[in-house]
Design a protein around this ligand. Structure first.
Ligand code: GDP
Ligand code: MG
Length: 167
């Protein structure tokens, strides 16, 4: 099995940290490709069962002006050009308008989505309300959810398995 995984999410949720942690030393940065792919980094993870090519994207902001619209347009192209989207959210804060904006964008695509709750190492002791806010979102769109820490590596084997299953 092999396929492209798009890492999508708000800025600062840990997308780049995650890709670096997943691909480790094997990081492969391709030369810049034309236009919309210019600022996307790729990393390849080879396991006995599969080859996963991760596409790290710039964070998606809810647009407030025309430049924002261009970024959203680019994100849409990124979503359509991968086999699976890993929608990364920040597990230290509850789901907000920025996440819901991206979720709505993703729901309009045919590309399968996995919701990845990151930074579990830094969650407050009572994280139930935070978790519930994302569970609610995942149930709304019927997405599978996985929790992990890109920083410590906790939960990343489970994440890998889920990604491979969805290829
Ligand atoms: P990106 O903008 O989504 O690519 O986010 P980055 O990968 O640049 O990470 C943003 C910040 O979150 C950095 O300070 C990271 O060290 C931190 N971060 C990323 N993943 C984790 C995590 O699993 N746990 C904690 N505690 N911090 C993290
Ligand atoms: Mg980044």
């Amino acid at each position: 099995k092999s396929g492209f995984i798009g890492i999508i999410g708000r800025p600062n949720v840990g997308k780049s940290t995650l890709m670096n942690q997943l691909v480790g030393q094997k990081i492969a940065i391709t030369s810049p490709v034309a236009q919309t792919t210019r600022n996307r980094l790729r990393g390849i993870l080879t396991t006995p069962e599969a080859q996963l090519i991760f596409v790290d994207t710039p964070g998606i902001h809810k647009p407030h002006h025309q430049l924002g619209e261009v970024l959203v347009q680019n994100a849409k192209i990124a979503i359509e050009s991968v086999d699976v989207v890993l929608f990364v959210v920040d597990g230290t804060v509850a789901c907000g308008a920025g996440d819901r904006f991206i979720a709505e964008l993703l729901s309009r695509s045919q590309t399968p989505v996995i919701l990845g709750l990151n930074k579990v190492d830094q969650q407050p002791t009572d994280s139930q309300q935070i978790d519930d806010s994302y569970t609610h979102l995942a149930e709304l769109y019927q997405w599978q959810t996985v929790k992990f820490s890109a920083k410590t590596g906790l939960g990343l084997p489970e994440l890998q398995n889920l990604l491979i299953e969805n290829l």
